[in-house]
Design a protein around this ligand. Structure first.
Ligand code: ATP
Length: 285
């Protein structure tokens, strides 16, 4: 096999709490992560020119070794000791960028999975997660996917019962947010109200869709939503169109609503898309 194409799925946060700060400056978190259908297409092909080249259909995504997918390939060869014969990576980008949806991390995870198959290294998920963690705290989650409680800096993963199936309307307003900048500000802006993570886990265990929707909560909104009125505006539109719950994902600015009713989801999608072109109608995976 010389070439492989994988779906690299986005994630949303059903909850996100910041629980502390380590001496190295990283924050510790407790959050419930959920994969959604929206995905990038990542194609990895062996070549024989000794180079790793990357193409992407979005001109503002870096194609050199600032791209997490290229860094994932380098990390794979460093870990395995294999000599890279040459690789062509192509990313068809659908996941909004710098948006709180782990777009770069999921591309990196897809490259690691692709290389493990192409080079028949059979590393297994645990080792791929170790390599992934050197690239970013969300990469291990992106390798595993599904519904997970993430703790530590995001890398300590505990599988949760799958979330009840529903539709998801995701909307990214026309500005990007730097995850590092938002984390740098959260210490001074921590809200008094914190997510009910235990309650969310219990609602998932019971398949209680309304319980999940009522517990969507992200402490990062105290930084991002306070600065950007669009997040409140998007939530208002989602809820007025009949979303069963709404929250911001990650450090934002993407804000999403969950819907059981497909007509309501379509109406929310249509209204938001007219204002914010980077709006997507997808589903819980
Ligand atoms: P997270 O939720 O993990 O914090 P994010 O969704 O907020 O991530 P990304 O979409 O990963 O953010 O993009 C953050 C930055 O990473 C972008 O500004 C971009 O320059 C860079 N980047 C590197 N590799 C990629 C990639 N494969 N896809 C998108 N952006 C990438």
């Amino acid at each position: 096999m010389n070439s492989i194409k994988l779906d690299a799925h986005a994630k949303i946060n059903l909850t996100l709490d910041v629980t502390g700060k380590l001496d190295n400056g990283y924050h510790t978190v407790r959050m419930v992560m959920q994969s959604v259908g929206l995905h990038d297409d990542v194609t990895v092909e062996k070549t024989d020119d000794g180079q790793i080249t990357l193409t992407c259909d979005r001109p503002y995504v870096p194609t050199d070794d600032r791209n997490l997918a290229v860094r994932a390939a380098n990390a794979f060869f460093a870990h395995t000791g294999l000599v890279c014969p040459g690789l062509r990576i192509d990313i068809c980008k659908r996941i909004p960028v710098a948006a709180g949806l782990a777009g770069g991390s999921t591309d990196a995870a897809a490259v690691l999975r692709a290389l493990d198959t192409l080079f028949e290294t059979n590393l297994g998920l645990d080792t791929l997660c170790e390599i992934g963690l050197t690239l970013g705290a969300d990469v291990p989650y992106c390798l595993r996917g599904g519904t997970m409680l993430a703790e530590g800096i995001g890398e300590v993963l505990s599988p949760l019962p799958a979330a009840p199936h529903c539709l998801v309307v995701l909307c990214k307003p026309a500005f990007a947010v730097s995850t590092a900048a938002v984390y740098a500000q959260i210490d001074d802006h921590m809200p008094d109200v914190r997510p009910d993570t235990a309650g969310m886990c219990q609602a998932l265990a019971q398949g209680d869709y309304n319980g999940v929707c009522h517990r969507l909560y992200n402490v990062m909104e105290a930084v991002t939503a306070v600065r950007h009125a669009e997040i409140g505006q998007i939530k208002d539109i989602l809820l007025s169109c009949g979303a069963d719950g709404a929250a911001m994902s990650g450090s934002g600015p993407t804000t999403f609503g969950l819907f059981h009713d497909s007509d309501k989801a379509q109406a929310a999608f249509d209204r938001l898309k007219a204002i914010f072109p980077d709006t997507h109608l997808t589903e819980i995976l």
